[in-house]
Design a protein around this ligand. Structure first.
Ligand SMILES: Nc1ncnc2c1ncn2[C@@H]1O[C@H](COP(=O)(O)OP(=O)(O)O)[C@@H](O)[C@H]1O
Ligand SMILES: N[C@@H](CC(=O)OP(=O)(O)O)C(=O)O
Length: 447
């Protein structure tokens, strides 16, 4: 059995849904289909999930809801018209309108709004499949057994869920399951973080021990670098789960970083393919590499800050680390990397965690509680991450990378090896982010 997940770009219009139908029909092993909400049809278009977000904001702020409801209903109506599913229009319209009756004080109200895109999408796909002769069945995430924690917009799968999910193999129909959300033990709708349909796909593929998790999107494979920075970059033929997790976390938005672990643990291989060109091989995500590459991919992300603290003889104070982390926890600051020395400690954080009041509270606590001598906050940084399993084995990769940057006069603010040992992090000023990516790409991929 294979699990096929189709992203928003594959469900954006009736024409795209016809392609999805063709793909599912062409392989009888594709027994579970996970769908996202309709995505963008063209560059300036708005994804249905973003429209639902706007709908929620208008509802919360007491605004006139007619314009946003009309935009949403038009999207669904257009798809239904293209697929000749007129019988579904009224049902979907009621679903969308009834969101404006929800209790705003419920913790999961925003999740319910956002999840409606995937729910409607799965209803459309299952109706179209049935109408065209496929034995398909809509199954809600709750009925599929996707039981999740009660963390609005950040659901985590409850381990007990896997028992029920395993039972999905018994269905004779092709199951069409909405991605992106699950049900809490109290039956509330709770979504994963944005882009989370990939997580649903991975969980279900792991739960039924699928022979393959196919992730269909709008590119021919995973590019070795952001295609907006380097024109026509090389497509990665094969990447390990660990490499891909690092790349996703470091900026490759093509796959959600939380979608790798469930599939990896269950040993389910993944294949990323293009809905518009399903005949192409795509990118395989595998447990162990078979192709030697000094660097598999280069990801980058901006909006970082380094907090440097200095305290004379810091390393002798055995409670310093604990007290420092307690301060970070209290202020809700997540850090991504840390280095320490005799008198210094530096942490890398995203600037979204460091608003002006939080920064002030952090400075006060560091001075009062930890009595640090100095605090320096360096802003507007980008992290460029080169990833490969080979980095652990071959020391010359770091040398080649730093030399390539030195040749272009690019100053590295800080260089770190990721704790997973499959990544090298080059922290640079935001203004040289793209140049850093291009220089590393030239060094490792050109010729
Ligand atoms: N390294 C990369 N390789 C491929 N695509 C990438 C990469 N980095 C970013 N992307 C973007 O990810 C998009 C696909 O992801 P996403 O928009 O979530 O698709 P979907 O709607 O199918 O889930 C591509 O269209 C591309 O613009
Ligand atoms: N529709 C949700 C979940 C998702 O995974 O979407 P997509 O497959 O289009 O990235 C979102 O936009 O966040």
């Amino acid at each position: 059995m294979k699990l096929a997940k189709f992203g928003g770009s594959s469900l954006a219009s009736g024409e795209q849904i016809r392609k999805v139908f063709g793909i599912v029909k062409s392989d009888p092993l594709r027994k579970i289909v996970v769908v996202s909400a309709p995505g963008k049809r063209f560059e300036s278009d708005i994804k249905v999930t973003d429209l639902l977000d706007a709908y929620y904001q208008d509802y919360k702020n007491g605004k006139n809801l007619v314009p946003i409801q009309t935009t949403l209903l038009d999207r669904f109506e257009e798809i239904c018209d293209e697929l000749e599913l007129s019988e579904l229009k009224q049902f979907l319209s009621e679903k969308v309108i009834s969101l404006a009756l929800l209790n705003l004080h419920n913790r999961f109200v925003y999740d319910k709004f956002l999840s409606t895109g995937e729910e409607c999408s799965a209803l459309i796909v299952s109706s179209y499949f049935k109408k065209n002769g496929l034995n398909a069945k809509f199954l809600s995430p709750k009925d599929a057994g996707i039981l999740v924690s009660s963390d609005p917009c950040e659901a985590k799968l409850l381990p007990i869920a896997y028992n029920k999910i395993a039972g999905l193999v018994k269905y004779p129909e092709i199951l069409i399951i909405p991605g992106f959300y699950g049900a809490t033990l109290n039956g509330e709708v709770c979504t994963f973080s944005r882009g989370g349909s990939d997580i649903t796909g991975a969980i279900l593929a792991a739960g039924v021990k699928a022979e393959m998790y196919e992730n269909f999107t709008d590119v021919d494979g995973i590019y070795s670098v952001n295609p907006n920075v380097v024109e026509n970059p090389v497509i990665i033929e094969e990447v390990t789960y660990r490499e891909m997790r690092e790349l996703s976390f470091a900026g490759f938005s093509v796959l959600h970083e939380e979608a790798l672990i469930p599939a990896a643990r269950a040993g389910v291989p993944m294949l990323l393919k293009n809905t518009n060109h399903p005949e192409l091989p795509g990118t395989q995500i595998v447990p162990n590499w078979t192709i030697d590459m000094p660097v598999v991919g280069i990801a980058s992300s901006r909006g970082y800050v380094i907090i440097k603290i200095t305290k004379y003889m810091l390393y002798r104070d055995i409670s310093f680390g604990r007290r420092f982390f307690e301060i970070l926890e209290k202020l809700g600051i997540r850090f991504e990397a840390i280095t320490t020395g005799i008198d210094d400690m530096s942490i890398l954080v995203r600037d979204k965690y460091l608003s002006a009041p939080i920064q002030e509270a952090l400075s006060d606590d560091l001075k009062e509680i930890l009595q640090v001598d100095d605090i320096v906050i360096v802003k507007n940084l980008a992290v460029v991450t080169a990833v490969s399993e080979e980095i652990r084995q071959q020391t010359h990769i770091t040398g080649r990378a730093t030399l390539a940057l030195a040749r272009k006069n690019i100053k590295i603010e800080t260089l770190m090896q990721g704790a997973s040992e499959v990544s090298l992090l080059f922290i640079v000023k935001e203004e040289v982010e793209n140049e850093t990516v291009r220089s590393l790409y030239e060094e490792f991929f050109e010729d």
